[in-house]
Design a protein around this ligand. Structure first.
Ligand SMILES: [Mn+2]
Length: 310
């Protein structure tokens, strides 16, 4: 070891993993930080989200009690942060598509750390190139179904609309809606699970959501799907949201019967809430990454798989 290499440096990647667990070549998972919030309309600050998630992740345990597994052993490579494109929202969506596509094309499971939720559009576009049968589970307090907002069709208020134009989409957690969005949901018969779900949040709800998804799934999370009592650090905190176990039970349910091929976790705006929010967001990224990895590898069957740990 060189003289400088002997100091106890903290690796600047998700989970602060050593090189043998974070080098690109050996990694099963690639995380792409996208510090971008240029179309945010209420409280900005999501550009600080990816850095806060990565820093908070240093405090996470690699071993996961629920899964009885150290999922970081699959190898998690964190790329440098993607520079925002100041040419406008359309150019930024295109940039995200290219960056994500560079890694999905290598067969990596890619997760995007936002940033505002509009980046999901570019990430889904890239995943569709590798998985034409993709369907998207979109978790958000808002429907994001405006055809255009504040002069652009590529902003945070239109992400779900753009995605629905490309592939099947299921909305879950919605509790704030514009009239235009309600009309679109009705005319397009778009599967939408409002929150709280009228029939309860148990297995039947998860089953109904699964019925609307294909076999290959991309999961897009706006952290405002969680209740602001636990996730206040978001641009638009909507009361009456999911709790931790409702969200993770749904994600685990998807992983048990579908192949999760990619995801994003967006809208952490750390200065708008308590410091715990960054840790919760980092933990959610790790849970999602773990569920996705276990479903992606087809490791769900048998005692060693996710299904055996329920
Ligand atoms: Mn939202």
């Amino acid at each position: 070891m060189s003289e400088t290499g002997s100091f106890p440096w903290i690796p600047g990647n998700f989970l602060a993993l050593p090189p043998d667990q974070s080098d690109l070549d050996g990694a099963g998972v690639v995380l792409i930080p996208v510090p971008y919030d240029s179309t945010t309309s209420f409280r900005s600050g999501a550009r600080e989200g990816p850095g806060a998630i990565i820093e908070a992740s240093y405090g996470l345990e690699d071993y996961d009690c629920e899964l009885d597994s150290d999922v970081s052993l699959v190898g998690i490579h964190t790329t440098p942060a993607l520079e925002p494109h100041m040419g406008g929202p359309a150019a930024m969506v295109q940039r995200v598509r290219q960056a994500v596509g560079a890694y999905t094309g290598k067969g990596k499971l890619v997760g995007v750390l936002g940033g505002e939720h509009s980046i999901a559009t570019g990430s889904v576009q890239a995943h569709l190139e590798s998985h034409p049968d993709l369907s998207v589970l979109y978790l958000d307090a808002h429907a994001d179904l405006r055809d255009s907002y504040m002069g652009t069709p590529w902003g945070h208020a239109s992400g779900a609309r753009r995605i629905h134009e490309m592939c099947p989409l299921v909305l879950v957690g919605v509790r704030s809606l514009a009239l235009e969005e309600r009309d679109y949901i009705r005319s397009a018969s778009l599967p939408t699970f409002f929150w709280p779900p009228p029939g309860g949040d148990g297995p039947s709800m998860i089953g109904e959501i699964l019925d609307r998804l294909g076999s290959t799934v991309y999961i897009s999370v706006d952290l405002d799907v969680l209740d602001p009592s636990m996730m206040s650090a978001v641009g638009t905190p909507e009361p009456g949201g999911m709790d931790w176990y409702q969200l993770t039970a749904l994600l685990k349910g998807v992983a048990e019967s579908r192949r999760i091929v990619g995801f994003d976790v967006c809208e952490l705006s750390p200065s708008q809430g308590v410091a715990a929010c960054s840790y919760i967001a980092a933990k959610l990224v790790y849970k999602l990454l773990a569920y996705a990895t276990l479903s992606y590898d087809g490791a769900l069957a048998g005692d060693g798989g996710l299904a055996g740990k329920g």
